[in-house]
Design a protein around this ligand. Structure first.
Ligand SMILES: Cc1cc2nc3c(=O)[nH]c(=O)nc-3n(C[C@H](O)[C@H](O)[C@H](O)COP(=O)(O)O)c2cc1C
Length: 162
């Protein structure tokens, strides 16, 4: 069965990452502004968001987060990415990964696709656990030259973990 990729993007970067992922692995892509009912159809999920406000979820995700909290993620493997800006938002860099992961884990799901935080420069992030990101951090504002490579590497890892 395919993986369901659900993303919300304000300026287009998280959407661009979804499109890069789709080149590397078979996914059904959903924009969360159209609803998230189909989340329950998938055993493997990729969730994409930006981090906005000050350490908040992307706006469309905010609109569906209450419904998202109602899903039972037991038996599901979930990978999460967030776009962000490590220079301007060094204290809340890609916090949205941590926000979504908390819901998934509370509701029985397993987070896969941890990545190293080597090569980034920030102060704090809710996406960190034991020195690693619990998802993929993409910074198109400051490191757009690394985006393709980071996505490819991550998807290869996911293929082994899904
Ligand atoms: C008003 C505003 C608030 C932001 N807050 C954060 C933040 O708290 N943490 C972070 O890592 N990035 C933050 N960013 C950076 C965005 O996440 C970044 O520009 C991202 O690439 C946007 O993704 P999108 O193009 O998919 O909307 C913020 C950007 C704006 C404009």
């Amino acid at each position: 069965m395919k993986t369901g990729l659900f993303y919300g993007s304000t300026l287009g970067a998280a959407k661009g990452v979804a499109e890069l992922i789709a080149k590397e692995i078979e996914v059904d892509i959903y924009e969360v502004s159209n609803g998230i009912d189909d989340v329950s159809k998938y055993d493997t999920l990729i969730l994409g968001t930006n981090t906005w406000g000050y350490g908040e979820l992307q706006d469309d995700w905010q609109g569906v987060i209450d419904a998202f909290k109602e899903f039972d993620f037991t038996g599901k493997k979930v990978a999460i990415y967030s776009t962000g800006d490590q220079e301007s938002y060094s204290d809340t860099f890609v916090d949205a990964i941590g926000i979504l992961a908390e819901v998934v884990e509370k509701n029985g799901g397993v987070i896969v696709g941890y990545t190293s935080c080597d090569g980034y420069n920030f102060s704090e992030s809710k996406a960190l656990r034991d020195g690693e990101f619990i998802g993929l951090a993409i910074d198109d504002n400051n490191q757009s030259n690394l985006t393709d490579e980071r996505v490819k590497k991550w998807v290869e890892k996911l293929k082994g973990e899904f």
